[in-house]
Ligand binder design. Sequence first.
Ligand code: FE2
Length: 412
Amino acid sequence: MGKSLNAEVDSKAWPKEGWSRVPFWVYTDPDLYQRELDLFFYGRSWNYVALECEIPEKGSFKRSWIGERQVVVVRGENDEVHIWENRCAHRGARLCWKNKGKEESFTCPYHQWNFALDGKLQGVPLKRGVLKKGGMPSDFDNANHGLTRLQVHIENGTIWASFHPAPPSFAEYSGPEVMAHIHRHFPGRKLKLLGYNRQLIPSNWKLYFENLKDPYHATLLHSFLITFGLWRADTQSESLPAVSGHSLMVSRNVGKKKTDVNADIARFKDALELHDADTVTPLSEFSDGQVVAITHFPSVVIHQQANTFGMRHIIPKGIDSFELAWTFFGYEDDSDEMTRLRVRHANLYGPAGYVAMEDGEVLAESQGGAHHADAYSAVLEMGGRDVQPQDHMVTEVLIRAFYKYYREAMGL
Ligand SMILES: [Fe+2]
């Protein structure tokens, strides 16, 4: 594409093709990134922060993140869940320095201001001064100096938060299709925590959402999935865009089988066999036979593949980096055999997962390619140029639908 020397003058205009193009500056522009944080993470949205099973008892807490801001999720009196920002109401220091634990109350390490589980200020050392000198003014009221509390929503064992004082309802924000799938995965059965993984991926956070809106790459990049029948280009599937930037990607496990379709795909390795087939042999558990990835914008991807379930919490760390915090879980009433399979199948995911490993690599390389490329755009025409639901995998419709939403929300 021929460009004049002053191409940068208009290089931040969205390409005329609309949502079938994504200009690479959306992954590298620091001002845009700050607006994304303010609008999507700190605005009128609901962000995933924890599972209820992570904070089982009064005083149990988990430190979590919404965008770049730290919050603490605490179980208080009467089983209530409180979420407050991890910033002392006195001088702003973070007061909770642990990822998980159990406390009767929280004390800031700096000046020992003490806060109750719900974030209320309950103690100020030397409040009345010493030897009748110093101390707080007589009209200082603890009630006016609590921690910043967030709105809390609990949906069948999953905990969500909003910085906005009056967010839409969680159901409205999620939309009916996504809510139906959240209820399929979280029908009200108690959850059981199985473990964690964390990794730092050197790419823009949005590229991770796009990865889970991209069935096309899964049929090509992921040798393990396609070779052992966990994902195939010819599997019956659906790609369903939803409100607020969310989407559903539905497929089915089919078992290892060579077909006309996958025989042509370089990463289908027909000769490969596993000595222990457990890792690729799920026990059937959902009557619909579906394997579903819910991308719930902007904070989480909820995955089900084989018998592994996970919350993939997305925590931006600047324009060029994000942390991916994986929480693996099952149901409290699972059989021992099912729990064993859930843990076994978790080997597919995480930083060294049989499947997830290569996603981290390609996203890092995609970010590299996005730099110094303001005049260029990604092309998203697979499966057409529209944003309607599709019943196959050879499509980029979910990414197009996401950028339709993104542009409207950001005013681009
Ligand atoms: Fe992938």
